[in-house]
Design a protein around this ligand. Structure first.
Ligand SMILES: Cc1cc2nc3c(=O)[nH]c(=O)nc-3n(C[C@H](O)[C@H](O)[C@H](O)COP(=O)(O)OP(=O)(O)OC[C@H]3O[C@@H](n4cnc5c(N)ncnc54)[C@H](O)[C@@H]3O)c2cc1C
Length: 295
């Protein structure tokens, strides 16, 4: 089996990358939805796709299963996610060894969130405390794996300040992260300021912006606070006007994301990572609009 190309090689090609994020479905119906979405996205050739690792560390098998389907049946470069939640160091190494043996060479390495009902992250016995620990563990054992890491343009919700979060991000970079993907944001200024702050803190990694094309007012009001992402007044006002019309709301969201992407690319961002929640409609409209804009 030919090992996968590292995503950093794609970034080095210096062209705008398109990546999309799937989550591993819980049941057969969800599995069919994921496959329909992947099929619909096939003609748009995402440069890579990622597949998340479920909260509570519960999706080890499903993440692996769908990583393989997306790679083998769709021919895509796939980056499975891995979190420290619920696994010992030995178990984490075992998971990574499985990916490596299968030719996968890109992993998004994360700490993960505390399980529902808990506010503080408690590492499992013989487990790891921070994403930087996971990155160091993988880097030390599998030097040829390209490691993505999470980054927070509006700071991680648990961090006391942006300054503190950036110091921790520097530890993650020094531990061996290869590139960063951001938490979703709706205001590009947050990304531009963050990028400047990263460089000022000696963090020189490529930073792939993560965007969620908003589908409704209710959705942004839920995801924004959950992810610590601020909601621009203009976006809220536009969504409010079409609140009773889901198609119109989706069109507002796609247009918002489209303008975000155009501006990000104009300012030299390495591409865009779309949080598509296993749905294809807005991603397809965006991919088409971007193709037209590039033509
Ligand atoms: C691109 C992306 C993909 C994601 N995919 C998933 C997924 O698949 N599954 C999932 O469950 N969750 C996922 N998440 C959510 C993520 O797990 C949570 O945001 C989690 O709370 C933090 O993960 P992290 O890897 O950023 O942690 P860390 O980098 O470890 O940071 C967590 C907190 O600890 C602090 N910190 C970090 N290092 C240190 C240190 N050395 N000393 C003291 N404090 C420190 C940071 O400032 C931060 O407040 C994703 C997030 C992003 C941005």
């Amino acid at each position: 089996m030919q090992p996968d190309r590292p995503i950093t090689d794609l970034i080095a090609e210096n062209r705008p990358l398109l990546s999309v994020e799937f989550f591993p479905p819980k049941n057969e119906e969800g599995g069919e939805q994921l496959l329909r979405t992947a099929e619909a996205l096939r003609p748009y050739h995402p440069d890579f796709v990622s597949i998340t690792y479920g909260a509570g560390g519960t999706t080890r098998e499903r993440t692996f299963k769908y990583a393989k389907i997306l790679r083998d049946d769709f021919g895509w470069l796939v980056m499975p996610h891995l979190t420290c939640v619920g696994s010992t160091k030995a178990e984490l190494l075992d998971i990574v060894a499985g990916y490596h043996a299968d030719g996968l060479r890109n992993i998004m390495a994360l700490r993960g969130d505390p399980p529902k009902g808990q506010t503080e992250f408690v590492p499992c016995p013989d487990g790891l405390r921070y994403a930087s620990d996971l990155i160091a563990l993988i880097r030390g054992n599998f030097p040829d794996i390209c490691l993505g890491a999470g980054a927070y343009p509006e700071k991680h919700p648990e961090a006391a300040s942006m300054e503190e979060d950036l110091r921790h991000l520097k530890i993650k970079a020094d531990a061996g992260a290869s590139f960063l993907t951001t938490q979703l944001f709706f205001d590009n200024e947050k990304y531009f300021e963050f990028l400047k702050a990263c460089r000022a803190h000696g963090i020189d990694l490529p930073v792939l912006p993560g965007l969620l094309p908003p589908l409704s007012l209710a959705q942004v009001q839920r995801f924004g606070p959950m992810c610590g992402s601020s909601l621009p007044t203009a976006l809220l006002e536009q969504l409010q006007v079409v609140d009773d019309n889901p198609r119109a709301a989706e069109a507002v969201g796609v247009t918002w994301a489209y303008h975000q992407i155009r501006e990000l690319l104009r300012h030299g961002s390495p591409g865009v990572h779309l949080y598509i929640l296993n749905r294809s409609a807005s991603a397809i409209t965006l991919a088409r609009s971007l193709e037209r804009a590039a033509a």
